[in-house]
Design a protein around this ligand. Structure first.
Ligand SMILES: CCCCCCCC/C=C\C=C\CC(=O)SCCNC(=O)CCNC(=O)[C@H](O)C(C)(C)COP(=O)(O)OP(=O)(O)OC[C@H]1O[C@@H](n2cnc3c(N)ncnc32)[C@H](O)[C@@H]1OP(=O)(O)O
Length: 731
């Protein structure tokens, strides 16, 4: 709804729909009713539209997308009514003016804001475009070039930047009373002509350069938003602002939003939006323990052990989270000095770019407390161990931590695959131990996969979850198993793509198909970038690599299971990727590291096939997608079945934020939901029937089988509930 009052000739329409004043049908109706009152009241000479509570308005109510536009006034009707009002309207912005909220402001005749306010047209991030005149009004105010930048990427901008380019007419200090300031401003414009204040009537300044600007943004969008449809549709709509009169441009905008609204990509992105918020409400499946009934312990002092790549990133994340006491322990002098230098340089960079102030930088540097022995950690509330991925080294450290740390201290291990329970058992209080799996570089990557050991106490889990959220990470709670969720699923992707190389595909073909699907890089380029030796080291641990096999052992089998040694040959011939002189699955040439196909790799694959009498066959794109992605989905269902994740959203967040799964497909589980479970199961069963136990990753998940058998193609939101009911009724 919207509240209405009048103060010294100024009508105040305040949006009132906590927590973020989304433009639900009630709010839109409230604005319209208030506007009518203001227009009819002869004592009112100007109008202010503001937001109650923490923010101005974050845009359309996403939960009402399906029905919203059926009720009068819909958003695009409302903005035109506002703009044509005979009385001047001032938008008073604090907090956020996002999406439809900014479009409402653009339809007002003046816009004022607190300096702390943020503005954005982020619709593209929901797979749609600003459909209430945003693509037509913004270019008339700030030009085509800046509008493309704002709308095609959807990033937020400060009120000051918005003022610099002409969106905001007056900025007030962040501690000013926005309403009071806006009312005074409104009084100052009473009686002024509105002729140049109706944005839809203005010309587009850089209209003549539209083709050139369009080409520039097409290139950028093609690279940055691979596979996403909405950014291109946004560009097209903005182009029409330059080429057509406003009314005609609006028709094009309307066609754009009708094409995008309800599309699979938009559904996926909206799902992601809510998943990122839903994940804060963690739960331990089957226990009744959850974020609502468990309090974290107060954490003031944190320690990080190990200042390698992971440790440095974790320290930076803690400093950015505002932790005022971060002990860093690295016994190797060179690693310690390099690590501290790295951290300080990054902080310098943040300060130089204005991400943090000089004062904040100084206080972050002051928060760093190098320590040289375990005794010095006795007061620490949370210790995060981030040393080399070795069970014996980690056990050694935890045994020491168990002796010196206070009983309430939370002891976290940053491991990507090791057994958290095994580590916990060396301490006197295994319930204090938890896994915190960060992704490199930890100060950049948004994902944190927190691992609950079988003994971890609810409070310890709550503390790790809370710390992840304080660090601004998408923090997902998962159970303890080999590889947890992400690595456990992703393994199948590499295994199955390598099988396709054996059978007839080449790395460039696989990568091209995966990039078309939306991955920023294909599986083989990623291997080259991160280093092919990483996987090799892991396989060495399980005695799987080519070199470790006894003479005469079958080349294509390990422990009775199908195996492809091509990745081993690659590493054993020194082709680790970018870092080994640009040689990996591909060859990277010149200073731009241009990716090229390397005949040496092609010959290696061909001669391997000949040696093993494999007759190569043509593998098409559809097969590549199915074989690369479906085993991973199958594993996702096994993870749900075992309660390692408590719902599909958690799995999707992990794959999107940690493994670059394309966001506009919603993650593997949502993608499966879009394809339909019966088809997913059919493909998995076909491979399982062909391959059998030699390829165990194709064994269909029992949960997937049960869902399809009992419910056909159930909605993703019901999967875990239906599964629980089925399992319960079978008991
Ligand atoms: C079929 C053809 C029809 C054609 C007709 C089409 C006409 C279309 C016209 C116009 C279309 C306009 C489109 C839009 O305006 S789309 C919405 C654009 N806005 C956004 O995308 C903003 C989304 N929100 C955010 O980015 C953040 O919430 C932010 C504003 C940055 C604030 O962040 P923060 O302070 O961290 O708060 P939370 O994100 O935790 O949010 C708090 C709770 O509010 C819920 N929320 C937020 N935004 C919305 C929203 N737009 N709609 C509904 N609910 C929203 C959020 O889920 C949190 O809820 P909870 O606490 O329950 O988790």
């Amino acid at each position: 709804m919207a509240n209405y009052s009048v103060r010294n000739q100024v009508a105040i329409i305040s949006l009132c729909s906590p927590p973020v004043n989304a433009l639900s049908s009630d709010v839109r109706r409230g604005i319209l009713d208030s506007l009518k009152k203001a227009e009819q009241d002869v004592k009112v000479a100007a109008i202010v539209i503001c937001g109650e509570g923490r923010t101005f308005c974050v845009g359309a109510d996403i939960t009402e997308f399906k029905s919203e536009f059926k009720t009068f006034p819909n958003l695009f009707e409302l903005v035109d009514i506002l703009e044509s009002s005979p009385k001047p309207i001032v938008a008073a912005i604090h907090g956020h003016a996002f999406g439809g909220g900014l479009e409402v402001a653009l339809a007002c005749h003046y816009r004022v804001a607190l300096s702390s306010a943020k503005l954005a047209l982020p619709e593209v991030k929901l797979g749609i475009l600003p459909g209430a005149g945003g693509t037509q009004r913004l270019p008339r105010l700030i030009g085509i070039d800046s509008s493309m930048q704002w709308i095609a990427f959807g990033d937020e901008y400060s009120a000051q930047i918005a003022a610099n380019i002409g969106i905001i007419d007056r900025i007030f200090p962040s501690n000013a009373d926005i309403l009071e300031s806006a009312v005074q401003y409104a009084q100052s414009i009473i009686g002024k002509s509105l002729i140049n204040r109706r944005v839809s009537k203005l010309p587009v300044k850089d209209a003549s350069k539209v083709s050139h600007i369009m080409e520039k943004y097409k290139q950028i969008v093609g690279k940055k938003s691979r596979g996403a449809i909405a950014p291109m549709v946004c560009l097209e709509a903005i182009k029409h602002a330059a080429l057509l009169p406003y009314v005609e441009g609006m028709k094009k905008e309307r066609m754009g939003i009708e094409a995008l609204m309800g599309s699979d990509q938009s559904k996926s992105l909206i799902y992601m939006f809510f998943a990122e918020r839903q994940v804060r409400n963690w739960t331990i499946p089957g226990t009744g323990i959850n974020s609502k009934n468990t309090k974290p312990i107060k954490v003031e002092k944190v320690a990080v052990i190990g200042l390698g790549t992971m440790g440095r990133g974790i320290v930076l994340s803690l400093l950015k989270a505002g932790i005022k006491h971060v002990s860093v322990m690295e016994l190797n002098k060179t690693a310690r000095e390099n690590g501290l230098l790295f951290i300080k340089n990054i902080l310098e960079g943040y300060a130089a770019r204005g991400t943090i102030s000089e004062t904040q930088k100084r206080s972050m540097v002051d928060a760093l407390k190098p320590v040289s022995n375990f005794e010095m950690l006795k007061d620490t509330d949370l210790v995060i161990e981030a040393v080399f991925e070795s069970m014996s080294i980690k056990k050694d450290i935890f045994a020491k931590l168990g002796q010196v740390c206070k009983p309430s201290a939370v002891l976290a291990t940053n491991t990507s695959a090791l057994d958290v329970d095994e580590i916990a058992m060396v301490t006197p209080k295994p319930k204090q131990v938890v896994g915190m799996h960060f992704f490199a570089p930890a100060h950049v990557m948004k994902l944190l996969e927190n691992v609950r050991g079988s003994k971890s106490s609810p409070q310890v889990i709550a503390t790790a979850m809370n710390m992840g959220q304080r660090m601004g990470k998408v923090t997902v709670l998962v159970g303890n198993c080999h590889g947890f969720v992400g690595n456990r699923m992703f393994r199948h992707y590499t295994v199955e793509t390598d099988f396709m190389l054996e059978e007839g595909a080449y790395p460039e073909q696989v990568d091209t198909v995966l990039k078309k699907f939306g991955f920023a890089m294909g599986r083989y380029q990623v291997g080259d970038l991160s280093g092919n030796d990483i996987g090799y080291r892991m396989r060495t641990k399980f005695e799987m690599t080519n070199k470790q096999q006894p003479p005469g052992a079958p080349e294509r089998e390990r422990h009775g299971v199908r195996y492809c040694p091509l990745a081993d040959f690659l590493v054993e011939s020194g082709r680790l990727g970018y870092k080994s002189d640009g040689k990996g699955w591909f060859r990277y040439l010149g200073k731009n590291r241009e990716l090229t196909v390397d005949n040496e790799v092609t010959s290696m694959i061909d001669s391997y096939r000949r040696r093993n009498k494999i007759v190569p066959r043509k593998i098409n794109g559809e097969e590549i997608i199915e074989r690369a992605l479906y085993p991973l989905i199958n594993e996702g269902f096994k993870i749900l079945e075992e309660g390692i994740a408590s719902n599909p959203m958690e799995i999707d967040l992990i794959l999107v934020h940690g493994y670059a799964w394309p966001r506009h497909t919603g993650g593997p589980m949502f993608y499966a939901h879009l394809i339909g479970l019966p088809k997913i199961l059919r493909v998995i069963e076909r491979h399982w029937n062909n391959a059998g136990l030699r390829e165990p990753h194709w064994e269909p998940s029992k949960m997937l089988v049960r869902l399809v058998k009992n419910h056909g193609n159930p909605d993703i939101m019901s999967w875990t509930t239906l599964e629980r009911e089925t399992v319960r009724s079978a008991l």
